[in-house]
Design a binder for this molecule. Structure first.
Ligand code: NAP
Length: 475
């Protein structure tokens, strides 16, 4: 047989996950002029785009326009999409080994980190990821009920951009939310929300906040919410002051501190909701008998560790205040996949430059297996960060084509995957199907006077496709 990557023997790669890193990997594989590749992208949902659809905040529509790039990749003749196909259930590693030269996992981080404090499992305590999935219409979170009508005070733990998203969505007015593609259920529940106070709790100071400038600025421009930053919380400690005056000070941190100081000097306008930002505090307990009723926090101080990082350390000053709902927003975490190595401590797949290795710390690559995106490097960076990340992994894969260390599939006919899925009665969704769903969601949006109204269950998606097919048979 001719060598891998030629017209008669194209390089066949399965990509698991159709979020940004999956698409950027597909792009990198298909744009190398010197290599012929066939790429199949699988997603466990009938819809593509991963966190662009299920994570990016619904009021950040502009960010979502990155999907146009992914559409162009999916439209290539040598790229196929198989939605509603779950790796580990519908298709196994052994199936892929029979049909592809390699697999690249780009499954992101589906779970979250916990705080590890008493009361964390009380009702009313959630991961931000659950709230984000719910308001974005992710089918896994459709059934959640945050009982927002009974909530007056919320605590959001963490000061990253996800915490900013969650806070903004809780604080938005109905009119503001109407202009978004937020899930219908969430729109209705938020319209009936009793939320008046949203506490945002940062364990370190303003100079160490993870949020970026545009996100903290948005919180100061809310139609129905005042931003409140107690002056004591906006004031820097001596170590942070020294950092800000050093040449190591990051521009983002300098601007964040300026914005927060401006907020601390603002008089609240008496809007119906308040966003109260606290710094140098950590929750130590969620209090309540059955449901969260209050949060106990401890005041922190900063110290410099041996590597020069400013870390938080608890003092003996405690405070307790009532809250009805808590969202921990302290980072995402990957989940293990069947037959794929996993490093539990970091919630990632162990790898060297995108080549999956047997275990963390090992240099021994597992032949034919690659990884990209958050499940490779952990949950950090913006969408664009995933492009160079995916390119690095694909470059490793392509180097292995040359060294002949990939799988040797016995079924290289493109029909083989379709046949396998049909044999197993897997109702897969093609790219054409997705384009139809996309169109239907946009049309539903038009009727409702909104940018898009999403289907939020897999059944509703498949039923809508059936209906569309019955209405236009032979299409
Ligand atoms: P993140 O940026 O890593 O922020 C996590 C936050 O949780 C930090 O403030 C961190 O504080 C805090 N934290 C961690 N452990 C904690 C603990 N035990 N107790 C209290 N606080 C704790 O993570 P993220 O917000 O989940 O965002 C993930 C990535 O997506 C980031 O790169 C983010 O920028 C990106 N993202 C971007 C956008 C956007 O561009 N608009 C929107 C959403 C997400 P320390 O700093 O002290 O560790």
């Amino acid at each position: 047989m001719s060598s891998v990557g030629t017209t008669s023997n194209p390089l066949r790669v399965a990509i698991i996950g159709s979020g940004p890193s999956g698409f950027y990997a597909a792009e990198a594989l298909t744009k190398k002029a010197a290599i012929e590749a066939e790429v199949d992208i699988f997603d466990r949902l009938p819809t593509p785009y991963g966190l662009v659809r299920g994570g990016v905040a619904p009021d950040h529509l502009k960010i979502k326009s990155v999907t146009r790039v992914y559409e162009r990749i999916a439209a290539l003749d040598n790229v196929r999409f198989f939605g509603n196909v779950e790796f580990g259930k519908d298709i196994l590693l052994a199936d892929l080994q029979q049909q592809y030269h390699a697999v690249l996992f780009a499954v992101g981080s589906a779970s979250d980190k916990k705080l590890g404090i008493p009361g964390e499992d009380l009702k009313g305590s959630f991961a931000a990821t659950e709230f984000v999935g719910w308001y974005n219409g992710h089918p896994d979170y459709r059934h959640y009920d945050f009982e927002l009508d009974k909530v007056e005070s919320v605590a959001v733990v963490g000061v990253g951009n996800v915490a900013m998203d969650v806070t903004r969505i809780l604080a938005r007015s109905q009119a503001e939310l109407m202009e978004t593609d937020i899930a219908d259920d969430a729109l209705e529940a938020l319209a009936n929300s009793g939320v008046k106070k949203i506490y945002v709790l940062g364990r370190r100071g303003p100079a160490q906040a993870a949020f970026t400038n545009p996100e903290i600025k948005e919180l100061g421009e809310m139609e129905e919410a005042d931003i409140v930053v107690p002056m004591a919380d906006a004031t820097l400690d001596a170590l942070s002051e020294a950092y800000m005056e050093s040449d190591k000070a990051d521009k983002k941190d300098i601007r964040n501190v300026e914005i927060l100081k401006e907020y601390a000097n603002r008089e609240p306008e008496g809007k119906p909701k308040q966003i109260i930002m606290r710094f140098l505090v950590s929750p130590t307990e969620l209090i309540g008998t059955d449901h969260v009723e209050a949060v106990k926090i401890v005041k922190n101080e900063l110290y410099q560790d041996d590597r020069g990082n400013l870390r938080p350390r608890a003092t003996d000053q405690e405070e307790t205040f009532p809250v009805d709902l808590v969202f921990r927003s302290v980072g995402y975490r990957g989940v293990p996949l069947a037959d794929v190595p996993f490093y539990d401590k970091w919630g990632t797949i162990p790898n060297v430059d995108g080549r999956i290795v047997k275990e963390f710390g090992s240099e021994e690559a597992v032949p034919g297996m690659y990884v990209a995106g958050w499940i490779k490097r952990g949950p950090s960076g913006i969408i664009g960060t995933n492009r160079p990340d995916a390119v690095e992994s694909v470059n490793a894969l392509l180097a292995d084509v040359d060294s002949g260390t990939l799988w040797s599939p016995s079924q290289t006919d493109r029909a083989a995957m379709v046949n396998l899925l049909k044999e197993r009665n897997v109702r897969y969704v093609t790219w054409q199907d997705w384009l139809r769903l996309d169109q239907l969601e946009l049309e539903r949006g038009k009727v409702a006077g909104r940018p898009r109204v999403k289907f939020t269950t897999i059944k509703a998606m498949l039923d809508a496709l059936d209906e569309a097919k019955n209405a236009a048979p032979g299409d």
